[in-house]
Every structure is written in structure tokens, then in C-alpha cells.
Design a protein around this ligand. Structure first.
Ligand code: ZN
Length: 82
């Protein structure tokens, strides 16, 4: 099972709408590497060393980028998902 197939199965299982909110396409590619969304304080300043681990999904129709927390889209043991 490809990473994209795993992702689609995970999102579908969580009742997340798989269609892009802008163009309606449902083909998403997954970022090759995890990302960190930086955390900011109430004053808007970045908090060094804090952030949220996410995966970026890119719409194959229009290029819209969405992010999901890694634990929501990645199985704890990828080998077990095959
Ligand atoms: Zn789109």
C-alpha cells in the first residue's frame, strides 16, 4: 500500500472529507517529509523549540495545501497497515 493510499484510508476512516474544498478533486499527494508548524505566544512571537508535527497534503487539482497532525494520518506502525 502506498503512502497516499494509507493516508486516504486513514482520512476516510475518520470521516474526513477527501475532496478539495476549492476544486473538488480528491487526489492528494503527501509531503515526503514531516513538517513542524511553529508555535506562537499571545504576542505572536514564535516560541523556540515548540510546534506541531504535521504532514502536508497537496491537491492534485489546484495545488491547495492542507495540513493534518501526523498522528491523525500516519499509522503508528506503517508495516502493520499493509
Ligand atoms: Zn484542489
Amino acid at each position: 500500500m502506498s503512502e497516499t493510499q494509507r493516508l486516504r484510508a486513514r482520512l476516510t476512516g475518520q470521516a474526513v472529507a477527501p475532496k478539495c474544498p476549492f476544486c473538488g478533486a480528491s487526489n492528494w499527494s503527501v509531503s515526503a517529509t514531516p513538517m513542524i508548524l511553529p508555535a506562537a505566544g499571545d504576542d505572536g512571537a514564535l516560541i523556540p523549540g515548540q510546534g506541531y508535527p504535521v504532514r502536508a497534503l497537496v491537491c492534485g487539482g489546484c495545488g491547495f495545501v492542507r495540513t493534518h497532525m501526523r498522528e491523525a494520518v500516519e499509522p503508528a506502525n506503517p508495516d502493520a497497515a499493509d
